[in-house]
Design a protein around this ligand. Structure first.
Ligand code: G2I
Length: 338
């Protein structure tokens, strides 16, 4: 079945064709918002605070995107800061926004070494296993049927391809990954289940390790549906080599691929040349996904430089998003959507 945005796109194309045929010199149809020019889910990370308090933030998000990923609001430390004490307010607000505005939601994230509440670190192996199952079951159960895809396991590898020695790895061993996916499938059988990581855009030791793991999981019948490639890039490091081939190889395993957290930071101050390089990186990310049928989603980690994690984490770097602080489209936006 065609999604609404696809139907709109076909109609726009038919109209454009008809008018070009009739008048030859008809101007090109104005491009629509991002969600209308692609038959992928196109999304952004969103934060509940600006969504509630900034009308312009909300309106650009609503206009441009048809997927939202809560930036922090579903993380374990946020939803269960103390054992058994839950706070779903931010997550509920984003899911309600999505429901009211016809947006798909990417759930982020269930099993991750970071933004873990302190109490999780102090559990015995048996307690940790139970807590992990309960966390997956509770979060996915709460939003059952409202979340299209979940990042079930996040950032489990080191850059050299070895397994990160998270509390899960140390106390539960290699099997925690398969367990997490099985519990996730049971909690919401309709949700697409992803493993997600960064520095896995190109062909390298980390993406090789990820590839070998998901191939094995598939062979073992573990319910995994997709691979999330975060795509936090920086112009000073060059564009990752083998990006297209890497997407291809995951798709060839019969998995969906999603670009889940795209942004391209530059060294500040930004200037025209840097923003032009940034634009070319975004365009390569976009085109590489669109070249592969199984690449089903393109989500950016925030859409406006007004609200981005980058300057806080990489002092002296920023301007990583498609829209500037005034919510005006930057060259990267125009390169994707001319
Ligand atoms: O680090 C970038 C992303 C890498 N992949 C996983 C994502 O979940 C991660 O997102 C970032 C958020 O964008 C940040 O907003 O994850 C960070 C934490 O690892 C988030 O930062 C945290 C700060 O560390 C906290 O001090 C702050 O209270 O954001 C919190 C809420 O603003």
């Amino acid at each position: 079945m065609l999604r609404t945005s696809q139907v709109r796109r076909v109609l726009v194309a038919m109209t454009a064709f008809a008018s070009v045929a009739a008048w030859q010199a008809a101007p090109a149809a104005a491009a629509g918002p991002l969600k209308d020019i692609t038959n992928r889910y196109v999304g952004s990370a969103v934060a509940a605070n600006p969504l509630a308090s900034q009308a312009d933030y909300r309106s650009v998000l609503t206009r441009e995107f048809d997927n939202v990923t809560p930036e922090n609001e579903m993380k374990w430390a946020v939803v269960e800061p103390n054992r058994g004490q839950y706070n779903w307010s931010g997550a509920d607000a984003i899911v309600n926004y999505a429901q009211q505005n016809g947006k798909s939601v990417r759930g982020h994230t269930l099993v991750w070494h970071s933004q873990l509440p302190g109490w999780v670190n102090n559990l015995s192996a048996a307690e940790l296993r139970t807590a992990m199952q309960r966390h997956i079951t509770t979060a996915m159960g709460r939003y059952k049927g409202k979340i299209r895809a979940w990042d079930v396991v996040n950032e489990m590898f080191n850059d050299n391809g070895t397994r990160r020695q998270s509390v899960f790895q140390q106390k539960l061993g290699d099997g925690y990954v398969a367990d997490a996916f099985r519990w996730a499938r049971a909690a919401d059988p309709a949700a697409k289940l992803y493993i997600n990581d960064y520095n896995t855009e190109g062909l390298n030791a980390k993406s090789d390790a990820l590839y070998n793991l998901v191939r094995t999981l598939k062979q073992q019948g573990v319910p995994i549906d997709g691979v999330g490639i975060q795509a936090h890039l920086a112009t000073q490091y060059g564009f990752p080599g083998g990006y297209q081939a890497n997407i291809d190889r995951f798709a060839a395993l019969g998995l969906d691929v999603a670009i889940t957290e795209a942004d391209v930071r530059v060294q500040l101050p930004a200037d025209a040349a840097k923003l032009n390089t940034q634009a070319s990186y975004f365009k390569q990310l976009w085109d590489g996904c669109h070249a592969v049928a199984r690449c089903v989603e393109f989500t950016t980690w925030g859409f406006t430089d007004r609200h981005s994690w980058v300057p806080g984490t990489f002092p002296g770097e920023g301007a990583a998003c498609l829209f500037d602080t005034n919510l005006q489209p930057k060259p990267a936006y125009t390169r994707i959507n001319p």
